[in-house]
Ligand binder design. Structure first.
Ligand code: MG
Length: 253
């Protein structure tokens, strides 16, 4: 068990395991195996990066009842999971800046539980899903709401550079069934729900996605946001908190 981090030091990027006093380097992405190198870093001397290097980021829309009600993208609950992709180029880590695009008039936060796939996964049943999970993390599915509504699909509204803050680490020993998911905008609580409120629970999501596309080790799935979305402005600070994982904080610039 552990907290897996990806970091930048003055000599490059590294993977590691976060301990109380230091970060113990491992040889590479932990989804492929955890091999300590013997080198250690001090958390004060490094920058935390997004703790994922996915081939794709698969997102689930409209997966909490109360969010479906507040959303104008649907009038009723979906009868199958609604999927879309975010490009890996949108990733930023904890402390990274979310850049407000010139094209957008409204940019929202969306607090979500992220799951990192541990091994190649295709056409699996829901009961098998746990075998394919490496760990959990926090995701902010940043969304240009006006552009999402304007376009037929959501690629632009969801895909800008910096629109996928992830972190601060991957936890590999948390249960996903009933975790508190929250967001705080400038310190004020905005979203608060539990993963037990998902319309399609984690095993169903992983199974469903695996029947569409092969999931590779390291791929990231973001499981949808609860109610309470609202816009952010330049200068704001947004925090995504998931129980048992940690807190992901980013500023808007
Ligand atoms: Mg979302």
């Amino acid at each position: 068990m552990g907290k897996y981090v990806r970091i930048e030091s003055d000599d490059g990027t590294h993977w590691g395991i976060l301990h109380e006093e230091n970060i113990a380097e491992i040889s590479g992405n932990p989804v492929f195996g955890v091999e300590p190198t013997g080198r250690n870093f001090l958390p004060s001397n490094i920058k935390f990066l997004a703790p994922v290097e996915p081939s794709k980021i698969v997102c689930v829309g409209l997966n909490y009842r109360e969010h479906v009600k507040e959303s104008q993208s649907a009038t009723k609950e979906p009868d199958e999971p609604v999927l879309f992709l975010k490009p890996p180029s949108a990733l930023i880590g904890p402390g990274g800046k979310i850049i407000y695009p010139d094209m957008a008039q409204r940019v929202d936060y969306e607090a979500e539980l992220g799951v990192v796939i541990g091994k190649e996964c295709r056409n699996i049943a829901p009961v098998e899903a746990d075998d394919y999970i490496f760990g959990l993390t926090c995701v902010n599915d940043v969304t240009a709401r006006d552009l999402q509504k304007k376009d037929v699909q959501w690629t632009r509204g969801k895909g800008f550079d910096t629109f996928c803050p992830v972190g601060p680490w991957i936890v590999d020993d948390a249960q996903y069934d009933d975790l508190l998911v929250e967001s705080y905008l400038n310190g004020e609580l905005k979203q608060s729900s539990r993963t037990s409120m998902m319309i399609f629970p984690m095993p169903v999501l992983i199974s469903f996605i695996s029947r569409v596309m092969t999931l590779l080790p390291g791929d990231l799935i973001s499981t949808g946001t609860p109610a309470g979305i609202s816009p952010m402005k330049i200068g704001d600070r947004i925090e995504i908190k998931v129980e048992g994982i940690g807190s992901l904080v980013n500023d808007i610039a």
